[in-house]
Design a protein around this ligand. Sequence first.
Ligand code: SAH
Length: 181
Amino acid sequence: MLKRILPTAKDFIKEIVQSEDILVDATCGNGHDSSFLARLAPDGHVYSFDVQADAINNAKEKYSEPNISFIHDGHENISKYISSPVKAGIFNLGYLPGGDKSITTAYDTTITAVNELFNLLTPGGRIVIVVYHGHDSGKVERDMLIETLSAWPQDQAQVLQYQYINQKNSAPFLLVIEKLK
Ligand code: SAH
């Protein structure tokens, strides 16, 4: 069977990551993705961002991989914390399931962060964005991301939309950006 969206998001990252790579989890949330990234690059490092102290603290408690730096700050400030080349990054947009639904990612800071992360990316590196668009601000974020990324120059990046089209309208989908060599 065709894979579901979240395992596919991980596959797009797993395909290119080597053990010593530097990786970014732009939306730490419960920390599952940070832990996944940390195990993919045991000799590398993961930088994991979230604006919610609760999320960061829970993730820290749950996951003890030594190669994760949890950062309590917005992903739009990524370049304050990272200067080394990044191989891959993941965004899980929206709000934290079971958490405060009023704290969601927002299109302007998301797009700033995607740009900043792209600047740090090594050639051949990837950014995977899981887009949740069931809520109102998620629809705006979806539209703005697609509008912005559709205009990115073909000679610098490939941008893929990966989506099931016969599921319910608000089923999450992926945007995958690969920096060209
Ligand atoms: N919708 C996903 C989970 C998203 S979690 C799912 O269903 O699995 C999104 C996380 O992004 C939340 O923990 C939230 O606190 C965080 N977040 C919101 N704005 C952010 C920002 N500017 N920088 C970093 N993290 C942010």
